[in-house]
Design a protein around this ligand. Structure first.
Ligand code: SF4
Length: 308
Protein backbone atom coordinates (compact mmCIF):
# COMPACT_ATOMS: atom_id res chain seq x y z
CA UNK A 1 0.00 0.00 0.00
CA UNK A 2 1.00 3.61 -0.45
CA UNK A 3 -0.52 5.68 2.29
CA UNK A 4 -0.59 9.05 3.92
CA UNK A 5 -1.38 9.72 7.53
CA UNK A 6 -3.38 12.93 7.72
CA UNK A 7 -2.85 14.52 11.11
CA UNK A 8 -6.02 16.62 11.25
CA UNK A 9 -5.18 18.25 14.60
CA UNK A 10 -2.16 18.35 16.87
CA UNK A 11 -4.11 19.63 19.88
CA UNK A 12 -4.26 16.97 22.55
CA UNK A 13 -5.01 16.70 26.25
CA UNK A 14 -3.65 13.18 26.77
CA UNK A 15 -0.05 14.29 27.40
CA UNK A 16 1.64 10.95 26.71
CA UNK A 17 5.29 11.33 27.68
CA UNK A 18 6.53 9.51 24.57
CA UNK A 19 4.86 11.97 22.17
CA UNK A 20 6.65 14.85 20.42
CA UNK A 21 3.63 15.83 18.35
CA UNK A 22 0.99 17.40 20.55
CA UNK A 23 0.35 20.88 21.89
CA UNK A 24 -2.13 21.60 24.67
CA UNK A 25 -5.33 23.55 23.97
CA UNK A 26 -4.62 27.32 23.86
CA UNK A 27 -0.86 26.75 23.45
CA UNK A 28 0.85 28.31 20.43
CA UNK A 29 1.20 26.12 17.36
CA UNK A 30 -2.08 24.22 17.64
CA UNK A 31 -3.97 23.57 14.42
CA UNK A 32 -7.06 21.90 13.00
CA UNK A 33 -7.03 21.11 9.27
CA UNK A 34 -9.88 22.41 7.17
CA UNK A 35 -11.78 20.14 4.84
CA UNK A 36 -9.96 21.78 1.92
CA UNK A 37 -6.58 21.02 3.52
CA UNK A 38 -7.61 17.39 3.86
CA UNK A 39 -8.79 17.18 0.24
CA UNK A 40 -5.52 18.72 -0.98
CA UNK A 41 -3.52 16.10 0.91
CA UNK A 42 -5.65 13.28 -0.51
CA UNK A 43 -5.32 14.65 -4.04
CA UNK A 44 -1.54 14.70 -3.63
CA UNK A 45 -1.60 11.09 -2.39
CA UNK A 46 -3.59 10.02 -5.46
CA UNK A 47 -1.08 11.77 -7.71
CA UNK A 48 1.72 9.78 -6.07
CA UNK A 49 -0.13 6.51 -6.77
CA UNK A 50 -1.47 5.90 -3.27
CA UNK A 51 -5.04 5.27 -2.19
CA UNK A 52 -5.00 4.79 1.57
CA UNK A 53 -5.35 7.51 4.19
CA UNK A 54 -4.99 7.12 7.93
CA UNK A 55 -6.57 9.92 9.93
CA UNK A 56 -4.71 10.42 13.18
CA UNK A 57 -4.74 13.40 15.49
CA UNK A 58 -4.79 14.42 19.10
CA UNK A 59 -7.54 14.30 21.68
CA UNK A 60 -8.83 17.76 20.85
CA UNK A 61 -11.63 18.70 23.27
CA UNK A 62 -12.94 21.37 20.89
CA UNK A 63 -13.82 18.87 18.15
CA UNK A 64 -17.22 17.20 18.63
CA UNK A 65 -18.24 13.88 17.09
CA UNK A 66 -20.09 15.80 14.36
CA UNK A 67 -16.78 17.29 13.14
CA UNK A 68 -15.51 13.79 12.45
CA UNK A 69 -18.72 12.45 10.96
CA UNK A 70 -18.98 15.48 8.62
CA UNK A 71 -15.32 15.17 7.60
CA UNK A 72 -15.49 11.44 6.88
CA UNK A 73 -18.82 11.74 5.06
CA UNK A 74 -17.37 14.50 2.86
CA UNK A 75 -14.30 12.38 2.03
CA UNK A 76 -16.49 9.42 1.13
CA UNK A 77 -18.79 11.62 -0.95
CA UNK A 78 -15.91 13.24 -2.85
CA UNK A 79 -13.76 10.16 -3.46
CA UNK A 80 -16.15 7.19 -3.20
CA UNK A 81 -14.12 3.97 -3.11
CA UNK A 82 -11.18 5.54 -4.99
CA UNK A 83 -9.69 6.20 -1.58
CA UNK A 84 -9.97 4.02 1.48
CA UNK A 85 -9.32 5.48 4.88
CA UNK A 86 -8.57 4.38 8.37
CA UNK A 87 -10.72 6.85 10.27
CA UNK A 88 -9.11 7.35 13.63
CA UNK A 89 -7.25 5.05 15.92
CA UNK A 90 -9.01 3.14 18.66
CA UNK A 91 -7.46 5.59 21.13
CA UNK A 92 -9.19 8.57 19.47
CA UNK A 93 -12.38 6.55 19.12
CA UNK A 94 -12.51 5.96 22.88
CA UNK A 95 -11.97 9.68 23.51
CA UNK A 96 -14.69 10.70 21.03
CA UNK A 97 -17.23 8.29 22.43
CA UNK A 98 -16.56 9.50 25.97
CA UNK A 99 -16.83 13.15 24.96
CA UNK A 100 -20.10 12.49 23.12
CA UNK A 101 -21.38 10.43 26.08
CA UNK A 102 -22.15 7.58 23.70
CA UNK A 103 -21.65 3.86 24.17
CA UNK A 104 -18.88 2.41 21.99
CA UNK A 105 -21.59 0.63 19.96
CA UNK A 106 -23.46 3.88 19.28
CA UNK A 107 -20.27 5.79 18.45
CA UNK A 108 -19.22 3.03 16.03
CA UNK A 109 -22.64 3.14 14.37
CA UNK A 110 -22.35 6.92 13.91
CA UNK A 111 -18.98 6.55 12.18
CA UNK A 112 -20.12 3.64 10.03
CA UNK A 113 -23.19 5.59 8.94
CA UNK A 114 -20.90 8.49 7.97
CA UNK A 115 -19.11 6.22 5.47
CA UNK A 116 -16.31 4.85 7.62
CA UNK A 117 -15.17 1.30 6.81
CA UNK A 118 -11.98 0.99 8.82
CA UNK A 119 -10.57 2.04 12.18
CA UNK A 120 -7.07 1.03 13.24
CA UNK A 121 -5.83 -0.36 16.50
CA UNK A 122 -3.39 2.56 16.68
CA UNK A 123 -2.60 4.31 19.92
CA UNK A 124 -2.13 0.97 21.64
CA UNK A 125 1.64 1.14 22.25
CA UNK A 126 1.93 -1.47 25.01
CA UNK A 127 -1.38 -2.80 26.29
CA UNK A 128 -0.74 -3.27 30.00
CA UNK A 129 -2.26 -1.14 32.74
CA UNK A 130 1.19 -0.57 34.25
CA UNK A 131 2.59 0.80 31.02
CA UNK A 132 -0.39 3.10 30.61
CA UNK A 133 0.04 4.46 34.14
CA UNK A 134 3.73 5.08 33.56
CA UNK A 135 3.38 6.87 30.22
CA UNK A 136 -0.18 7.68 29.19
CA UNK A 137 -2.42 7.76 32.21
CA UNK A 138 -5.09 9.96 30.58
CA UNK A 139 -5.38 7.94 27.41
CA UNK A 140 -7.65 4.94 28.18
CA UNK A 141 -7.63 1.71 30.14
CA UNK A 142 -6.74 -1.55 28.46
CA UNK A 143 -10.25 -2.82 29.15
CA UNK A 144 -11.70 0.23 27.36
CA UNK A 145 -9.38 -0.36 24.44
CA UNK A 146 -10.62 -3.90 23.84
CA UNK A 147 -14.28 -3.03 24.55
CA UNK A 148 -13.99 -0.36 21.86
CA UNK A 149 -12.33 -2.80 19.45
CA UNK A 150 -15.16 -5.25 20.02
CA UNK A 151 -17.82 -2.61 19.33
CA UNK A 152 -16.04 -1.68 16.09
CA UNK A 153 -15.90 -5.32 15.00
CA UNK A 154 -19.59 -5.84 15.83
CA UNK A 155 -20.57 -2.71 13.87
CA UNK A 156 -19.35 -4.31 10.63
CA UNK A 157 -16.34 -2.01 10.28
CA UNK A 158 -12.89 -3.56 10.15
CA UNK A 159 -10.03 -2.92 12.49
CA UNK A 160 -6.43 -3.90 13.02
CA UNK A 161 -4.03 -4.62 15.86
CA UNK A 162 -0.95 -2.52 16.51
CA UNK A 163 1.95 -2.43 18.92
CA UNK A 164 4.92 -0.17 19.52
CA UNK A 165 8.10 -1.45 21.15
CA UNK A 166 11.28 0.20 22.38
CA UNK A 167 10.12 2.32 25.33
CA UNK A 168 10.97 0.89 28.77
CA UNK A 169 8.54 -2.02 28.52
CA UNK A 170 9.64 -5.35 29.93
CA UNK A 171 9.62 -8.55 27.90
CA UNK A 172 6.73 -9.73 30.10
CA UNK A 173 4.78 -6.64 29.05
CA UNK A 174 5.43 -7.37 25.39
CA UNK A 175 4.12 -10.89 25.89
CA UNK A 176 1.07 -9.61 27.80
CA UNK A 177 0.26 -7.29 24.89
CA UNK A 178 0.48 -10.17 22.42
CA UNK A 179 -1.51 -12.46 24.69
CA UNK A 180 -4.36 -9.97 25.11
CA UNK A 181 -4.42 -9.38 21.37
CA UNK A 182 -4.51 -13.08 20.67
CA UNK A 183 -7.27 -13.67 23.25
CA UNK A 184 -9.31 -10.84 21.73
CA UNK A 185 -8.99 -12.36 18.28
CA UNK A 186 -9.89 -15.83 19.55
CA UNK A 187 -13.08 -14.42 21.09
CA UNK A 188 -13.99 -12.63 17.83
CA UNK A 189 -13.46 -15.75 15.74
CA UNK A 190 -15.38 -17.89 18.24
CA UNK A 191 -18.34 -15.49 17.96
CA UNK A 192 -18.34 -15.52 14.17
CA UNK A 193 -16.53 -12.25 13.42
CA UNK A 194 -13.41 -11.82 11.29
CA UNK A 195 -11.89 -9.60 13.97
CA UNK A 196 -8.44 -8.15 13.42
CA UNK A 197 -7.32 -7.92 9.80
CA UNK A 198 -3.63 -7.50 10.52
CA UNK A 199 -1.03 -6.81 13.17
CA UNK A 200 1.36 -3.89 12.67
CA UNK A 201 4.30 -3.32 14.98
CA UNK A 202 6.56 -0.29 14.85
CA UNK A 203 9.32 1.11 17.00
CA UNK A 204 9.40 4.07 19.36
CA UNK A 205 11.17 7.19 18.10
CA UNK A 206 12.56 9.04 21.14
CA UNK A 207 13.66 12.40 19.70
CA UNK A 208 11.97 15.49 21.09
CA UNK A 209 9.85 13.54 23.56
CA UNK A 210 9.61 14.12 27.32
CA UNK A 211 10.44 10.46 27.97
CA UNK A 212 13.51 10.38 25.75
CA UNK A 213 15.52 7.17 25.54
CA UNK A 214 17.15 5.58 22.52
CA UNK A 215 16.08 3.46 19.59
CA UNK A 216 16.19 -0.33 19.66
CA UNK A 217 18.22 -2.13 17.01
CA UNK A 218 16.70 -3.46 13.78
CA UNK A 219 17.69 -6.95 14.93
CA UNK A 220 15.56 -6.61 18.06
CA UNK A 221 12.66 -5.44 15.90
CA UNK A 222 13.00 -8.36 13.49
CA UNK A 223 13.12 -10.88 16.33
CA UNK A 224 10.01 -9.35 17.84
CA UNK A 225 8.29 -9.60 14.46
CA UNK A 226 9.16 -13.30 14.32
CA UNK A 227 7.82 -13.81 17.83
CA UNK A 228 4.63 -11.93 16.92
CA UNK A 229 4.12 -14.02 13.78
CA UNK A 230 4.38 -17.21 15.80
CA UNK A 231 2.32 -15.97 18.76
CA UNK A 232 -0.52 -14.39 16.76
CA UNK A 233 -1.25 -17.42 14.64
CA UNK A 234 -4.92 -16.39 14.57
CA UNK A 235 -4.23 -13.02 12.83
CA UNK A 236 -3.77 -13.42 9.10
CA UNK A 237 -1.34 -10.62 8.22
CA UNK A 238 1.71 -9.16 9.94
CA UNK A 239 2.79 -5.75 8.68
CA UNK A 240 6.27 -4.35 8.97
CA UNK A 241 6.87 -0.63 9.55
CA UNK A 242 8.68 1.22 6.78
CA UNK A 243 7.79 4.46 8.57
CA UNK A 244 10.00 3.72 11.57
CA UNK A 245 12.48 1.15 10.19
CA UNK A 246 12.97 2.52 6.64
CA UNK A 247 14.91 0.04 4.49
CA UNK A 248 15.48 -2.27 7.49
CA UNK A 249 11.71 -2.87 7.58
CA UNK A 250 11.93 -5.16 4.55
CA UNK A 251 14.18 -7.65 6.33
CA UNK A 252 11.17 -8.32 8.59
CA UNK A 253 9.64 -10.13 5.59
CA UNK A 254 12.18 -12.85 6.36
CA UNK A 255 10.93 -12.90 9.97
CA UNK A 256 7.26 -13.54 9.21
CA UNK A 257 5.84 -10.23 7.97
CA UNK A 258 3.85 -10.34 4.72
CA UNK A 259 2.54 -6.79 4.42
CA UNK A 260 3.84 -3.22 4.40
CA UNK A 261 2.89 0.26 3.36
CA UNK A 262 5.03 3.02 1.94
CA UNK A 263 4.15 6.16 3.90
CA UNK A 264 4.39 9.61 2.38
CA UNK A 265 3.61 11.55 5.57
CA UNK A 266 3.02 11.09 9.29
CA UNK A 267 3.75 14.16 11.36
CA UNK A 268 3.39 12.28 14.66
CA UNK A 269 6.36 9.98 14.09
CA UNK A 270 8.28 12.45 11.93
CA UNK A 271 8.25 14.94 14.82
CA UNK A 272 9.90 12.23 16.96
CA UNK A 273 12.58 11.45 14.39
CA UNK A 274 11.03 9.23 11.69
CA UNK A 275 12.04 10.00 8.11
CA UNK A 276 9.96 9.50 4.99
CA UNK A 277 11.46 8.55 1.62
CA UNK A 278 9.33 9.57 -1.35
CA UNK A 279 11.44 7.60 -3.85
CA UNK A 280 8.98 4.72 -3.78
CA UNK A 281 10.59 2.77 -6.63
CA UNK A 282 13.95 2.69 -4.80
CA UNK A 283 12.21 1.44 -1.69
CA UNK A 284 10.40 -1.29 -3.64
CA UNK A 285 13.70 -2.39 -5.14
CA UNK A 286 14.81 -3.55 -1.67
CA UNK A 287 12.24 -6.35 -1.16
CA UNK A 288 12.70 -7.31 -4.81
CA UNK A 289 16.44 -7.68 -4.22
CA UNK A 290 15.58 -9.91 -1.25
CA UNK A 291 13.70 -12.17 -3.69
CA UNK A 292 10.11 -11.11 -3.07
CA UNK A 293 7.41 -10.32 -5.59
CA UNK A 294 5.71 -7.10 -4.51
CA UNK A 295 1.99 -6.63 -5.12
CA UNK A 296 -0.09 -3.54 -4.48
CA UNK A 297 -2.76 -4.20 -1.86
CA UNK A 298 -5.85 -2.02 -1.90
CA UNK A 299 -7.52 -1.57 1.48
CA UNK A 300 -10.91 -2.74 0.33
CA UNK A 301 -14.40 -2.14 1.69
CA UNK A 302 -15.22 -4.83 4.30
CA UNK A 303 -17.71 -7.50 3.09
CA UNK A 304 -20.14 -6.61 5.89
CA UNK A 305 -20.43 -3.09 4.43
CA UNK A 306 -20.75 -4.10 0.77
CA UNK A 307 -23.37 -1.93 -0.90
CA UNK A 308 -23.64 0.48 2.02
S1 SF4 B 1 0.38 10.04 21.40
FE1 SF4 B 1 -1.64 10.72 20.66
S2 SF4 B 1 -2.90 10.74 22.51
FE2 SF4 B 1 -0.76 10.75 23.22
S3 SF4 B 1 -0.22 12.93 23.47
FE3 SF4 B 1 0.40 12.32 21.39
S4 SF4 B 1 -1.34 12.89 20.09
FE4 SF4 B 1 -2.08 12.83 22.22
Amino acid sequence: MVMRIINYTNVCVAQCDYCAFYVLPNQDGGYVLSREDVFAKIDELLELGGDLVGFNGGFNPKLPLDYYCDLFASVRERYGDRVEFYALTVAEFVFLADRAKLSFADAAARLRDAGVHWVTGGGSEILTEDFRKRHAKWKYTVADYFDAQRAIVESGMRTTATMVIGFDETLDERIEHLERTRDFQDACLRDGYDGLFSFLCWTYKPYGTAFGGREISPREYWRHMALSRIFLDNVRHVRTSVLTQNEDAFRALEYGADDFDLPIEDEVTQKAGATVDLDLESLLAIPRRLGYRVEYRHAARPPALAGS
